[in-house]
Design a protein around this ligand. Structure first.
Ligand code: ADP
Ligand code: MG
Length: 359
């Protein structure tokens, strides 16, 4: 079994700093090996060609018997594969160490596909990419989806057809990447909250002074979003300027200040919607949490934790922002995906699914 797992976790000083995705990859590896399969695991990590999956191996080997090969192809891989016994698990090196991975190169695909008889894709979070180890192999080998993949698929499918009242909470940055989702979800959700740095684009288009705040590569001047009654935006903001931090109304920001979080009034406003919602879907932090502006993101997570709604949260930064809350039970479902979640919510499919379904 050639298994593509979602193992792209943050690493600092050679150690994994967040194990969330690894923990979600374990059930499929265990199910296959306990069924007696010889399992060869592929995954990617990071953006630099020298990034290694070795730190992921160190975490995995604390949970199951697994062998680190230290290469992606070549003699060491062939030798390790030929020596495998039933129920054994091998982890190969980061697929992105080979630049042909992201090009979906047919030769790399052939080399990898030759390692297995069946392909299992469990890497939902990576499956929006048309890469060799995700989409390429699915066109070569009989393909199945793993437990994590199916869990993501089922839960996010529910979010595409929400039970009303439905609340979509969108934060983070880069409005240009989230615009199609906003337009589509306005049709299915009763309210769409636009927060985080995305709200700055709305304030700017309304003609407010937003000072030094982060904006997207999009101009919303005259956009119908500005007058759509389903759209909610922060009612107060936390700003930082030469005179320190303060909370103010969105139209009272000074030219030398920068909006870095929502204010408490915003979460109070959202709490009224959260309390009556049957469905809540949340992607994107409300503030610049890495710089310490995480107060309202955490307050919103706690508000949702106390609510009855069917609640889904996803996004690499969003999950990281609430990590210290220890909030695994706050939500009905926490997606391991960021970009793939947005693509799936928008289109209902992913490159890795299309490749498996193609003849
Ligand atoms: P996710 O990874 O969960 O999908 P995004 O990548 O869209 O989320 O957005 C996360 C980024 O948005 C973070 O880097 C965060 O600091 C930033 N952000 C959110 N609000 C603000 C803000 N008001 N000013 C600057 N950055 C912000
Ligand atoms: Mg992000």
């Amino acid at each position: 079994m050639l298994l593509r797992a979602g193992l792209n976790v943050p690493v600092a000083d050679g150690k994994v700093t967040n194990q969330f995705r690894i923990m979600r990859a374990l059930p499929t590896i265990n199910k296959l090996r306990q069924a007696g399969a010889r399992v060869i695991v592929l995954g990617h990590l990071g953006r630099e060609p020298e990034d290694s999956l070795y730190p992921v191996y160190e975490v995995l080997q604390a949970h199951l018997p697994i062998t680190w090969v230290g290469a992606l192809h070549g003699d060491a891989v062939s030798a390790a594969r030929d020596a495998m016994q039933d129920g054994e698990v091998l982890l190969l090196e980061n697929v992105r160490q080979d630049s042909r991975e992201t090009e979906n190169d047919p030769e790399l695909t052939d080399t990898l596909a030759a390692l297995g008889e069946y392909f299992v894709n469990d890497a939902f979070a990576d499956s929006h990419r048309n890469h060799a180890s995700v989409a390429g192999i699915a066109r070569r080998l009989p393909t199945y989806f793993g437990l994590n993949f199916m869990h993501e698929y089922d839960e996010l499918t529910k979010a595409r057809q929400p039970e009303a009242p439905a609340l979509f909470l969108l934060g983070g940055a880069k409005f240009e990447t989230k615009m199609p989702l906003v337009e589509q979800f306005l049709a299915h959700y009763d309210h769409v909250f636009i927060g985080g740095a995305l709200a700055n684009d709305i304030f700017k288009a309304r003609g407010y002074t937003i000072g030094q705040s982060l904006v997207s590569e999009i101009d919303l001047t005259g956009s119908p979003l500005l007058t759509n009654e389903k759209i909610l935006v922060p009612v107060d903001v936390e700003v930082e300027g030469p005179n320190g931090r303060r909370t103010c109304l969105p139209d009272a920001v000074a030219a030398d200040e920068r909006i870095l979080d929502a204010g408490p009034g915003t979460v109070a406003m959202l709490a009224r919607h959260v309390a009556i919602a049957k469905t809540i879907l949340w992607n994107g932090p409300l503030g610049n949490f890495e710089a310490g502006y995480d107060t309202q993101t955490k307050a919103l997570a706690q508000t949702i934790a106390e609510a009855e709604a069917y609640a889904i949260i996803g996004g690499g930064d969003t999950i990281a922002a609430i990590e210290t809350l220890g909030c695994q039970e706050c939500f009905t479902f926490m997606s391991t995906a960021g970009g793939a979640m947005l693509t799936f919510l928008e289109t209902g499919t992913l490159a890795g699914i299309d490749a498996a379904l193609a003849d």
